[in-house]
Design a protein around this ligand. Structure first.
Ligand code: AHN
Ligand code: ZN
Length: 337
């Protein structure tokens, strides 16, 4: 009995002693400890995407009228987009280039480039085309007149401008670049399969940029293209060029959308219909693995019914869809470390 008490007493005092040894000597001040924790694990809140703001940015572009290389509205809109990025404290510039269209027109390409924290190595490239198609080859009438391109051109740029505004407010851990590519939609009209030569008549701005990077050795961890992301009840599937070059990025972004409750918009199913888009050249020439978030019509299996017609106007644009895409991008950006 005595032995047992003796044993317990020794054990107890040893325990006390060892507790004493473990006592932290430095940082006894709880406030200092808190500060230390905050500094080592920065947690940045994902900002809320303002879909009204994105809608306004689409409308402001459409209000210029059709915006294709060499026309007046195109020149004005280029300045508007650059100044918009600058107003959000992004580094912005316009990359100028010369190109020839399929119908032998000499055009000046204006790629609009925005950089957020260019000094950071880890970065994401977000892009969309900002030009609108100079003709309406899918329309029933007035086929030679230019279209407004609210969805095809305006929507992706509108979403990215709002992303740029939010990134400036709640600075993420990684760098972000935004490029608005020009002359995507000056391609040769075709029915049926695209030939190699025909497909290279599209995406003149991204082809120019990929061959003449705005910075030598420019790199991004991955890229995301937005194309026709503004219509009601949009349907984004796994587009085939993205599947070929960046399946893991598709999975990441589509599972982010699902986590946000947008699984009815972002459906994890492969489709094959996009013959060419800007991400093709970003993948193949610039070597940055990139995906395309592009609407695939649920009924026709093709693009939106207003594609390359005069009905591609503000009536097509649905704020809810802009919000779904914008929230998914912000979720993706603010989850990167
Ligand atoms: C074609 O398939 C011909 N073009 C797809 C790229 C595109 C045009 N996106 C918008 N307009
Ligand atoms: Zn188009």
């Amino acid at each position: 009995m005595n032995n047992k008490i003796y044993f317990l007493a020794i054990t107890f005092s040893l325990l006390l002693l060892s507790c004493g040894e473990d006592k932290p000597i430095k940082n006894e001040n709880p406030i200092q400890n808190n500060i230390k924790e905050v500094v080592t694990t920065p947690k940045i809140e994902r900002p809320v995407f303002d879909k009204d703001s994105a809608y306004l940015y689409v409308k402001q572009q459409v209000d210029f009228g059709p915006r294709f290389p060499n026309n007046e509205a195109h020149g004005k809109c280029a300045i508007f987009l650059k100044e918009k990025l600058e107003s959000f404290n992004w580094n912005a510039s316009i990359q100028l280039g010369k190109a020839k269209t399929f119908n032998n027109k000499d055009i000046t390409i204006k790629n609009i480039i925005g950089e957020y924290k260019p000094e950071l190595e880890k970065r994401i490239l977000l892009f969309a085309h900002w030009d609108s198609r100079p003709f309406a080859d899918q329309a029933q009438k007035e086929l030679t007149k230019p279209i407004l391109g609210a969805n095809d051109g305006g929507s992706g740029v509108g979403v990215l401008l709002e992303v740029a505004r939010q990134v400036n407010i709640s600075q993420p851990n990684i760098g972000v670049d935004i490029i608005f590519f020009d002359a995507e939609d000056y391609g040769q009209p075709s029915s049926g399969m695209l030939t190699e030569q025909n497909s290279d008549s599209w995406c003149l701005g991204s082809q120019y940029w990929a061959k003449n990077l705005h910075k030598t050795n420019y790199k991004a961890n991955y890229g995301i293209l937005l194309d026709m992301v503004g219509s009601t009840n949009a349907y984004f599937t796994y587009e085939s060029i993205s599947v070929q070059y960046a399946p893991e990025i598709l999975q990441k972004v589509w599972s982010n959308a699902k986590n946000l409750g947008y699984g009815n918009y972002f459906v994890q199913k492969e489709t094959y219909f996009v013959g060419v888009d800007d991400h093709k050249y970003v993948n193949e020439i610039a070597g940055i693995k990139s995906i395309d978030i592009i609407h695939h019509d649920r009924i026709s299996g093709n693009f939106h019914p207003t594609w390359h017609t005069h009905d591609d106007n503000m009536d097509v644009i649905d704020k809810t869809t802009l919000g779904v895409v914008g929230e998914t991008l912000l979720y993706t950006i603010y989850n990167e470390k």
